[in-house]
Write a protein that binds this ligand. Structure first.
Ligand SMILES: [Zn+2]
Length: 282
C-alpha cells in the first residue's frame, strides 16, 4: 500500500513539474506587456496568424464596401491616421517596444456609409473610418480622438487578448492547440466577432472596461504627440454619449461601451498627455 502511495506521489510531482513547465512556456510565449499601463494580457493567437487574418478580412471589407470619393475627407482621414501612426511608432521606439509593430503596414480608408457610426484599426495597422462617425468627430481633432483610441487598442493587443479569453472560455484545454493550428474556422470566426469586419456578423464582442480605459489612456498620449489637443477627447465622448439611448446606440458605442467613469478617467490621464501636445506646438 505504501509503495502505491509513493508511486502516486512521484507521478504527481512529475505531473506538477510538467504543468509548471507548460505554464512557464505559455507565459513566455503568450503574454506581452501593454504600453503605459504595463499590464500583462494573454495572447494565444500567433501574430503571423492574426496579421494574415486581418489582411484577408480587410481586403474583404474594402471589396464589399463603397469607398468614399470625397477626396477632401479621404485625405483628412489619411492625414490624421498617418500622424497618429507616426506618433505610435515614435512612442514605442522610446519605450523600447518597437518590435510590437514592426510588421505593421498602416492603411486608412474612409467608407461611405452614413448609417454606420464606427471606426476600427485591425492588428497590422489596417484601419477603416465610416462616414457615419464624422458628424460626431466634427473636425480633425475629433477624428484624432477616435483613431488614437483605436490605435491604442491595437498597440495594447486587445484584439488578441479578447480572442484568447474567448478561446479559453469556449474551448478550455483545447484552446492552445486550436489557436496554434493556423487559420482554423474557430479563430477566424472569433476574429470576426472581435472586429465586426464581416457584414454577416450579428454578434460583436465589446471591449471590456479595462480595455476601454487603456485605449483611452494610450490614445490621449498618441493624439497629443501627433499635435492634437487631447482635451478635445472630453467633448467628443460627451457628443457620443448624448446620442446613446436616443434610438439604437451607434456601433462604435456597442463595441466600445462607455464606462460612467470615462470622462473622469480622461481628466485624470490628461496631465500625462498634455505636455506632449504643448511640446508639439513649439
Ligand atoms: Zn475602445
Amino acid at each position: 500500500m505504501m509503495k502505491v502511495y509513493e508511486h502516486l506521489r512521484h507521478a504527481w510531482r512529475y505531473l506538477g513539474g510538467l504543468i509548471a513547465a507548460i505554464l512557464l512556456l505559455f507565459q513566455f510565449q503568450g503574454c506581452a506587456e501593454v504600453p503605459i499601463t504595463h499590464r500583462k494580457g494573454l495572447h494565444l493567437v500567433p501574430e503571423t496568424e492574426l496579421l494574415s487574418m486581418s489582411l484577408q478580412q480587410y481586403d474583404e471589407v474594402l471589396k464589399t464596401s463603397k469607398l468614399s470619393t470625397d477626396t477632401q475627407r479621404v485625405e483628412m482621414v489619411r492625414r490624421v491616421g498617418n500622424r497618429i501612426a507616426k506618433a505610435a511608432e515614435a512612442f514605442l521606439a522610446e519605450i523600447g517596444q518597437q518590435n510590437k509593430i514592426k510588421n505593421y503596414k498602416w492603411e486608412f480608408n474612409l467608407i461611405e456609409d452614413n448609417k454606420t457610426v464606427n471606426a476600427w484599426v485591425m492588428p497590422g495597422g489596417r484601419a477603416a473610418v465610416y462616414t457615419g462617425i464624422l458628424p460626431y468627430t466634427q473636425n480633425e481633432t475629433g477624428l484624432a480622438v477616435v483613431l488614437g483610441h483605436e490605435v491604442g487598442h491595437a498597440l495594447a493587443d486587445h484584439g488578441n487578448e479578447r480572442m484568447s479569453d474567448a478561446l479559453v472560455a469556449q474551448m478550455g484545454g483545447m484552446a492552445l492547440s486550436v489557436a496554434l493550428s493556423s487559420q482554423t474556422q474557430q479563430t477566424q470566426q472569433l476574429f470576426m466577432t472581435v472586429y465586426g469586419a464581416g457584414a454577416t456578423v450579428g454578434f460583436l464582442l465589446p471591449y471590456s472596461r479595462l480595455h476601454e480605459s487603456e485605449a483611452d489612456r494610450i490614445g490621449l498620449t498618441l493624439m497629443a504627440r501627433a499635435g492634437y489637443d487631447p482635451r478635445q477627447a472630453i467633448p467628443f465622448w460627451e457628443r457620443m454619449n448624448k446620442q446613446e439611448g436616443k434610438s439604437r446606440p451607434p456601433q462604435f458605442l456597442s463595441t466600445h461601451p462607455a464606462p460612467e467613469t470615462r470622462i473622469a478617467d480622461i481628466k485624470n490621464y490628461l496631465p500625462e498627455a498634455l505636455p506632449y501636445y504643448q511640446r508639439s506646438l513649439k
